[in-house]
Design a protein around this ligand. Structure first.
Ligand SMILES: Cc1cc2nc3c(=O)[nH]c(=O)nc-3n(C[C@H](O)[C@H](O)[C@H](O)COP(=O)(O)OP(=O)(O)OC[C@H]3O[C@@H](n4cnc5c(N)ncnc54)[C@H](O)[C@@H]3O)c2cc1C
Length: 486
């Protein structure tokens, strides 16, 4: 049987590897000139920039993917554990480093704000129960109803930790007295493209996964992941067609038959795995009567990215750094309600050359700056981008890190660029947000409910966005397909 995969993002590559390892003929069609999707690379004047993901979590998911092809992850990629995990800096200049070593983490927090080490310990316990309750029935299984959690016989205490209410911010308030720590916990909502003031408290699992399994970097930069997945897929016999845009999916009696390419060519197939964003699938690729959605997909948070080649070395920063804003709630209101860039944004700075000298010319640094941004729709980014970049650099200067005179390379990526480059719904980083209970728990399923032979593997489908979850999405789609056809 022949399977076509639309898109060579991590979800598509992961499904391709698993299907080819089962002996299925797989062809991957990708509209860009290289694989990886949002996991991408830009090189300029000796600087290397990962343009999307900068942090690897849940490394066991990566190991599991290579094991499915009888390979060892460590033979393909060198994962490096980062300690500290991240430096958090508040507007008054105070801050702390986080650690995936519990005694160090508690000590650092106690020093920063007496009592908060114990608060973190209690919160971590809650998050561990939520993780235990959700890992198998949610992350590693296809679900069609919230009742699927109960069917798996999860202990009652774990189920209560899974309750969507309060919101993540509400939950943080229950456990932490210090509002600065509430802000720290709230940040994890953004890992699913959401606001801590609307996303369910269940997202405590995101924080848990970072500190229970550690924060990782890949030697040579994260784009090495995409390259390794492509090589492994090719080794298994997967065929790639790059610069190849799928125009639509052709069906007969709601059964997959073929895809039609941009220039009219038709490729027959028995099954399709769609790695493209679910909104693009429903709105552009499928016939309207096959769209199963009862409501529009909630857009994920987008991002404004600055890639800066910086001369010299900066002291006082780590590999990952967060400069928090003074008013987090106002920031998310601007982003999700007013659909405007935050006037005083939280700024994430990743300098991977601090851990890997191959990423910048000798004595220099590769700065990746990411600021949460609204889904596309209201902002003319072509006009706003240079002004917003200036505001971000001024903010960093006021916070003691004035790099303006040291910048020798600069590239900006706006939400509009993300939308146009990857066909991602309204420039979303993570497919859809988890800002409502249904958008958090009932994303589009991995097996299409309306078209036989169609499967979904992407950050916009179940179980969600971010590299490990997208890999799991590929796994669930491949499992559903092999169950149906082999
Ligand atoms: C700035 C940024 C920072 C991020 N940071 C992190 C991080 O630190 N850690 C983390 O885990 N995750 C992070 N993410 C999220 C992560 O990158 C995504 O969740 C993940 O890469 C999405 O993979 P995917 O397979 O769902 O789809 P995508 O990467 O979106 O790939 C889909 C592919 O399909 C192709 N395609 C679409 N339509 C068609 C068509 N009609 N025909 C042919 N091809 C088509 C696209 O060109 C694209 O290559 C970040 C993302 C961004 C943008």
């Amino acid at each position: 049987m022949k399977t076509i995969i639309i898109g060579a993002g991590v979800g598509g590559l992961s499904a391709a590897i698993r299907l080819a390892a089962k002996g299925i003929q797989v062809q991957v069609l990708e509209r860009l000139d290289k694989v990886g999707g949002k996991l991408n690379l830009l090189e300029d004047a000796g600087y290397r920039f990962d343009t999307g993901p900068s942090l690897v979590t849940l490394p066991y998911v990566f190991e599991d993917l290579f094991a499915a092809a009888n390979e060892k992850l460590s033979d393909w990629l060198e994962l490096i554990r980062l300690e500290p995990v991240c430096r958090y800096i508040y507007p008054d200049g105070t801050g702390f480093d986080t650690s995936a070593d519990m005694p160090t983490m508690m000590q650092n927090l106690e020093k920063f704000s007496p009592g908060s080490g114990e608060d973190f310990n209690a919160f971590f316990g809650h998050a561990a129960r939520a993780w235990r309750g959700s890992r198998k029935p949610f992350l590693e299984s296809s679900i069609s109803s919230p009742l699927d959690f109960i069917k798996d016989g999860i202990p009652w205490t774990d189920l209560t930790a899974l309750l969507p209410l309060p919101t993540l911010h509400g939950l943080a308030k229950r456990y932490f007295k210090d509002p600065r720590l509430q802000q720290f916990i709230g940040r994890y909502a953004t890992y699913t493209g959401s606001s801590p003031y609307s996303a369910p408290g269940t997202l405590s699992t995101v924080m848990y996964s970072e500190y229970a399994f550690g924060a990782w970097y890949v030697r040579g930069g994260l784009y090495a992941i995409a390259q390794a997945l492509e090589q492994l897929a090719r080794k298994l016999g997967v065929e790639f067609r790059l610069n190849c845009t799928v125009q639509n999916i052709q069906t007969e009696n709601a059964i997959v038959k073929a895809v039609q390419l941009e220039h009219g060519e038709i490729l027959l197939c028995d099954a399709i795995v769609c790695n493209a964003d679910a909104a693009h699938l429903y709105e552009d690729l499928l016939e309207k009567n096959l769209d199963p959605r009862k409501q529009k997909l909630e857009p994920s948070i987008s991002g404004f990215v600055m890639l800066l080649g910086v001369r010299g070395q900066t002291t006082g920063l780590e590999h990952h750094n967060i400069f928090f804003s003074a008013d987090y709630q106002a920031e998310f209101k601007q982003i999700f309600t007013e659909l405007q860039p935050a006037s005083e944004p939280t700024i994430y700075v990743c300098i991977s050359s601090k851990s890997d000298l191959t990423q910048a010319p000798s004595g220099c640094e590769n700065w990746f700056i990411l600021v949460n941004a609204p889904p596309t729709g209201k902002v003319d980014w072509e006009k706003e981008a240079p002004k917003y970049a200036t505001l971000i650099l001024e903010t960093l200067a006021k916070r003691g890190f004035d790099i303006r005179e040291r910048i020798e390379v600069q590239h900006l990526i706006t939400p509009t660029d993300l939308e146009q480059r990857y066909f991602t719904h309204r420039g979303g980083i993570y497919g859809s947000s988890s800002n409502t209970i249904s958008s958090a728990f009932l994303r589009p399923q991995n097996r299409s409910q309306t078209v036989r032979g169609l499967y979904l593997a992407s950050g916009s489908a179940h179980p969600g966005g971010g590299l490990p979850l997208v890999m799991l999405s590929g796994k669930l789609a491949a499992e559903a397909l092999t169950k149906d056809y082999l």
